[in-house]
Design a protein around this ligand. Structure first.
Ligand SMILES: Nc1ncnc2c1ncn2[C@@H]1O[C@H](COP(=O)(O)OP(=O)(O)OP(=O)(O)O)[C@@H](O)[C@H]1O
Length: 269
């Protein structure tokens, strides 16, 4: 059984996220200029581009960390130009970060448990008043977290403080924390950065399994072109805050503008 208790299979569906004419500036720095693209349900879409192209800024706009000066994000039919990260989380959007953002002194299990926070109905006062209710909820959350730990094959390190884990496993725990929120849209910011080949292969497998088994739509930023071309349904290319291309991997690989700006050498062969 999957961590969400269901097996949705892998069918690309309707447009679930529409990025429409987004422009974002920081003072005089234009991070994004008129960016538009769509993401379909169950799709794996990669955002690539040189350093400073605007990739992380794009994820931060999607999940409400940054508020663009122009443009609209439409998620599951709801249009918005401003949304706070906790609202995005409640709507089913979760993300991981370029630099691991875990509580280093806490165990892997407790870190993953923090991913359930937005789903906890009873607050601390309700828990004090209705002890039984809070306890029941806590048990259900723990069961879910245990299923994620199983799924990510990290049983042996569940009690280990995250700061003591090797980098690749910390990244896996961070994925676990994002999955704990049962996201429908998962944003991954360089999930394989700094990993060795074996760790990358493991992470690729987990990303594909999450997408396949839970039907989670995934938008990821990645610099490893082998990985991007292998696992993506489509690729968006950014350069200096502008969109250069949005296409299937083979077409992106053969796109001369993309080759000139980013890939450097043709991967079309
Ligand atoms: N909070 C911020 N304040 C000021 N400028 C910012 C901020 N965040 C991003 N920028 C600027 O916006 C531009 C795009 O940055 P962004 O981090 O989105 O690029 P990126 O493609 O993710 O780069 P990298 O691959 O190096 O992570 C850069 O010029 C960056 O310096």
């Amino acid at each position: 059984m999957s961590a969400t208790g269901q097996d949705t299979g892998r069918r690309i569906g309707d447009v679930v996220l529409k990025v429409d004419n987004i422009s974002l500036s920081f003072g005089g720095v234009r991070a994004l200029t008129n960016i538009s693209f769509t993401v379909r349900e169950h799709e794996i879409l990669s955002i690539i581009g040189p350093n400073g192209a605007g990739k992380s800024s794009m994820l931060n706009v999607i999940n409400g960390f940054y508020h663009p000066q122009e443009g609209v994000i439409t998620y599951k039919g709801q249009a918005r130009s401003r949304m706070r990260p906790h609202e995005a989380a409640r709507q089913g959007i979760a993300r991981t970060f370029q630099n691991i953002a875990l509580f280093k002194g806490m165990s892997a299990l407790d870190n993953i448990m923090t991913g359930r926070n937005t789903m906890m109905k009873s607050n601390i006062f309700a828990q004090a008043l209705y002890w039984g209710l809070g306890q029941k909820e806590e048990i259900a959350h723990r069961e879910h977290v245990e299923r994620i730990i199983d799924f990510l094959e990290i049983e042996s390190i569940r009690k280990t403080p995250v700061g003591r884990l090797p980098y690749g496993l910390q990244k896996r725990v961070e994925l676990g924390r994002a999955l704990a929120a049962q996201p429908e849209l998962l944003l991954l910011d360089e999930p394989m950065a700094g990993m060795n080949v074996e760790e990358k292969e493991d992470m690729c497998r987990f990303i594909l399994d999450v997408n396949d088994e839970f039907g989670t739509t995934i938008v990821l930023i990645e610099h490893d072109m082998g990985v991007v071309m292998d696992i993506s349904d489509r690729v968006v290319v950014l350069d200096y805050g502008r969109k250069l291309a949005e296409d299937v991997p083979d077409a992106v690989r053969a796109n001369q503008e993309v080759i000139d700006a980013y890939l450097g050498v043709s991967h079309a062969a």
